[in-house]
Ligand binder design. Structure first.
Ligand SMILES: CC(C)(COP(=O)(O)OP(=O)(O)OC[C@H]1O[C@@H](n2cnc3c(N)ncnc32)[C@H](O)[C@@H]1OP(=O)(O)O)[C@@H](O)C(=O)NCCC(=O)NCCS
Length: 161
């Protein structure tokens, strides 16, 4: 399947919201109200197929100094296995580099996928406390089995490429 990866625009918001909410039924994706999708629309990349349908999304959310989180990664079931998830992750990592962000993390229960994207498991303790603020909204809280994983971008310790 050929898709274009691009930044989300206003016309994508409702489709993004529907896709995220649908995926919360079968995967460890946090529900996000439509108001948050609008509020964080600039964080999102979408994958658009040849007919203009949105078949995937992923958000890069800035968390702290030099740190951002990958959130709301979803590819619709019919489009899986065609490298779209990886392309969405790569687009977020490229944006992190462009923003001068050195580390990107994800909280996930599909380590295999993120390992293929270059992420490595990390110690929870190295992430700032702010990261855990959203956990209270998670249906799994407090019995969480998510694993923190990080990847370094092309940004060095001086914030340079
Ligand atoms: C996870 C998800 C985004 C992957 O999307 P996708 O487009 O099917 O993935 P890709 O085709 O880009 O896969 C890239 C590689 O990861 C592997 N992979 C895909 N899903 C995987 C999984 N769940 N576990 C382990 N490896 C996986 C693929 O086999 C492929 O490997 P290869 O390089 O050896 O060919 C998709 O399955 C999904 O939306 N899942 C439900 C939502 C979810 O769990 N989101 C993540 C929350 S943290």
């Amino acid at each position: 399947m050929s898709v274009a990866i691009r930044k989300a625009t206003m016309k994508d918001a409702k489709a993004l919201h529907a896709m995220i909410m649908e995926s919360t039924r079968s995967a460890m994706v946090l529900p996000r109200p439509l108001s948050k999708v609008y509020g964080h629309l600039r964080d999102f990349f979408v994958a658009e197929d040849g007919s203009g349908q949105i078949v995937g999304c992923c958000a890069l959310s800035i968390t702290w100094d030099n740190l951002a989180e990958l959130r709301s990664l979803v590819v619709v079931p019919e489009a899986r296995g065609a490298d779209i998830g990886r392309k969405l992750v790569d687009a977020c990592l490229e944006e992190a580099t462009d923003l001068g962000i050195g580390t990107v993390f994800v909280l996930t229960n599909i380590e295999g996928f993120f390992a293929k994207c270059g992420f490595r498991e990390t110690d929870k303790g190295i992430l700032p406390q702010k990261v855990w603020a959203d956990c209270i909204n998670c249906p799994q809280f407090p019995d969480c089995d998510e694993i923190p994983m990080t990847i370094e971008t092309k940004i060095d310790n001086n914030g340079e490429k």
